[in-house]
Design a protein around this ligand. Structure first.
Ligand code: HEC
Length: 300
């Protein structure tokens, strides 16, 4: 097998093994990164809902209340929780993987009722008052799902206007939502949790995309490296060695008229070429001396 072919095969095998290792290591690392990235995005979305709540409470509610519309028909647009959920629904159109819920144990609007696993999260926040957020994953029929959650705690007495007893709440609201749900909340109670869920397949997809890109770049780098190495190997080893072997071949057939090998630099091949040139000269002289004394036929 030719030296260049042998070298290329070794390179491909070594690089192939390295690439498989790189794929496994990078995949793990990229998956962690992608998970962080998805959770960061969920946190940002959570902050958006909190800002929306604040905007509704400080800017929208006073305007609508001043217009006194609420006596006749209750407008859910004055409710921070409502605006947060609605804004997220718009966001959901652009980011269909993410979903949001103000999961509440005893909700005013029944769409906010906490289901089993959500109720477990609310209870975790109830039992651990110091816990400010909770990140986890759970099995769903469509695969693993990640979630990021924060407690909803009643910290302002104004909330109790509408959530303590039906008698205190605007009559229009009670007419619309009934008197059975969303009451009996107390100050400082954790009544629910804001939960953003996202399927675990999203970070997996991001990680796969990253890993594929990495492997593509590695292959490009490997091909360029191999090309450069082949060139260098050809110029520094293969070409001088094949010149040497052609010359040796010619000499062995008795042709002493071959040209001397070029000697450049001080590497092993150049030293070998210089030695060979010297041997060729000495052999030439010896043959000359020999043939002067005793002419012989050239070796076939
Ligand atoms: C003017 C009455 C009113 C006030 C004040 C009010 N809420 Fe509500 N709240 C509602 C109504 C009505 C809903 C249901 C809105 C809907 O249709 O989604 C609701 C919904 C919620 C929800 C979603 C779960 C559920 O019950 O459906 C949370 C959480 C919530 N409110 C928390 C608060 C907090 C915290 C405060 C105080 C900062 C507050 N609310 C103040 C009327 C009010």
């Amino acid at each position: 097998m030719k030296l260049l072919l042998k070298f290329n095969l070794i390179f491909v095998v070594v690089f192939g093994v390295g690439m498989v290792l790189a794929w496994f290591l990078a995949h793990e690392f990229l998956r962690e990164e992608a998970r962080e990235q998805v959770l960061d995005q969920a946190k940002l979305m959570m902050q958006t809902t909190l800002s929306m709540r604040r905007y509704t409470a400080t800017q929208i509610k006073p305007i609508l209340e001043a217009r006194n519309d609420l006596r006749k028909t209750f407008l859910p647009q004055v409710v921070p929780a409502y605006s947060a959920t609605e804004v997220f629904n718009y966001l959901h159109e652009q980011y269909p993987d993410y979903s949001y819920k103000e999961a509440t144990l005893n909700p005013t609007n029944l769409r906010d009722r906490a289901v089993d696993w959500e109720a477990d999260i609310v209870n975790i926040f109830r039992n651990r008052p110091a816990q400010k957020e909770f990140v986890g994953e759970r099995m769903t029929p469509t695969g693993v799902s990640l979630f990021f959650s924060r407690p909803i705690r009643i910290t302002e007495p104004e909330c109790l206007e509408c959530h303590s007893v039906p008698g205190k709440a605007p009559a229009s609201m009670v007419r619309q939502y009934g008197r059975d749900n969303g009451f009996g909340w107390r100050l400082n109670d954790v009544i629910g949790a804001q939960i953003i869920s996202v399927p675990d397949s999203l970070p997996a997809t991001i990680a796969n995309r990253g890993a594929r890109q990495l492997v593509f770049y590695l292959i490009v780098i490997a091909l360029v490296t191999l090309g450069v190495l082949d060139g260098v190997l050809y110029l520094t080893v293969i070409r001088p060695v094949s010149r040497l072997s052609t010359m040796a071949d010619e000499i062995s057939r008795g042709n002493m008229e071959v040209e001397e090998l070029p000697v450049r630099g001080k590497d092993e091949i150049s030293v070998l070429a210089a030695s060979f040139n010297r041997m060729h000269r000495s052999l030439g002289r010896a043959m000359e001396m020999l043939s002067r004394e005793n002419p012989i036929d050239p070796i076939p």
